[in-house]
Write a protein that binds this ligand. Structure first.
Ligand SMILES: *Cc1c(COP(=O)(O)O)cnc(C)c1O
Length: 375
């Protein structure tokens, strides 16, 4: 028997989330599927992802994979090409690509093709990662527009604070000034902007680019939950109890003895560790007054981890189950995050307790975890 741990990708939930984002924004939806569809697996998730109007991704390899799956619709390279020969594959696969620097314009100018390409011209409106500075944007547009290799130019930028108090107004103002009067479609919104700000037509644009919301997680947790935004969980990590231990007061748990039982109680040992992608920093020490605990659902009852996360195992407090008289033993179902018949626990709550974000938990799902797709 394989080790009792399983990841489940819910394609129907992905489909729901994409349709919901399209209805909410009123724009066409690029489902962002970089990092192998945020850890879900492009091939596994594809039947759900197909509900999108296009796929935005980073690697040419990922673009090839969605074409191999039969996708004939738009595919956008979010960072554009990295070297001149990438443009051959761009032409062959009919990809749209981002242009964020002069070198990419030069590569295009030197590229021989009889199929003019669709490009997304990226403005650095304040994130300061990729894109043309505002004062250089219009000359980059003019250069691109003059190339026979270019068919159509969409204006694009990316927000640093769509999910937080600083907001997007300052970057929107920079964007509006830079693109004023230029023809072309627009794409500015990630998940946070799509959910929080896309009532404004300028923010909605022609295309939104949600990633994390497609995968059923809230971009602005804990301010808002995924349920608040009408999103369904798409990734579930479940496992089983391997053993039960009875602790006496003073007994410690796991490496470094970071947890000490204050009273006699039972713990369960579950088949999930950091080598499966569970965050090693998820707190499990004896809680101080307001220290977070890491939630987990065992036999349908919410409890928390105790002690350090180790490579292959985590320990969980069984006191809430024992208090309710819920039977538990080897083989009892455990939900680390997600939703299943065995219970539900938003991934955002686990990520938050561990001091990270759901993006990282999704991308961390380890190759050794068997994965199935449903829906
Ligand atoms: C990753 C990415 C997105 C999606 O971001 P989410 O926060 O996951 O919605 C959108 N646009 C660009 C350029 C990205 O790199």
């Amino acid at each position: 028997m394989p080790r009792p741990i399983l990841a489940t990708v819910d394609r129907a939930a992905i489909r729901h989330n994409i349709q919901h984002l399209r209805e909410r924004s009123g724009a066409r939806v690029w489902a962002v599927l970089k990092a192998n569809a945020y850890g879900h697996g492009i091939e596994r998730a594809y039947e759900g992802l197909r509900a999108a109007d296009g796929f935005a991704l980073l690697d040419l390899d990922e673009a090839q994979r969605v074409r191999d799956l039969g996708w004939r619709g738009p595919v956008l390279l979010l960072e554009g090409v990295f070297e001149p020969r990438d443009l051959e594959l761009v032409s062959r696969l009919g990809l749209w690509h981002t242009v964020h620097c002069d070198e990419q314009i030069e590569m295009l100018a030197a590229h021989k093709t009889d199929q003019p390409q669709r490009v997304f011209l990226k403005l650095n409106s304040g994130m300061n990662r990729l894109g043309f500075a505002p004062h250089r944007y219009r000359s980059a547009y003019a250069r691109l527009d003059a190339l026979a290799q270019v068919d159509d130019i969409t204006h694009m930028t990316h927000f640093s604070d769509s999910d937080g108090p600083r907001g997007i107004a300052h970057q929107m103002a920079t964007f509006e000034t830079a693109v004023e009067g230029l023809p072309g479609e627009r794409s500015v919104s990630n998940s946070g902007a799509t959910l929080r700000h896309a009532q404004a037509p300028a923010v909605r644009g022609d295309w939104v680019r949600p990633g994390i919301a497609v995968y059923g997680s809230s971009p602005d947790f804990p301010e808002h939950s995924a349920a608040h935004w009408g999103l369904l969980p798409t990734l579930t990590l479940s496992c089983e109890v391997l053993a039960v231990q009875s602790l006496q007061p003073g007994d410690t748990v796991g490496y470094g003895s970071t947890y000490t039982a204050q009273v006699a109680h039972r713990i369960g040992i579950v088949a999930c560790g950091y080598a499966d992608g569970y965050p090693r920093h998820a707190p499990g020490a004896n809680p101080t007054a307001d220290a977070p605990r890491t939630p987990v659902v065992v036999a349908g009852v919410r409890t928390h981890t105790v002690g350090r996360v180790s490579m292959d195992m985590i320990c969980v407090d069984l006191s809430p189950l024992d208090a309710q008289g819920v039977a538990v033993g080897p083989g009892s179902a455990v939900v680390m995050f997600g939703a299943s018949d065995a219970g539900s626990l938003p991934i955002d709550e686990v990520a938050h307790a561990a001091g990270t974000v759901s993006y990282e938990l999704m991308c961390a799902l380890a190759a050794r975890v068997p994965t199935v797709a449903v829906g």
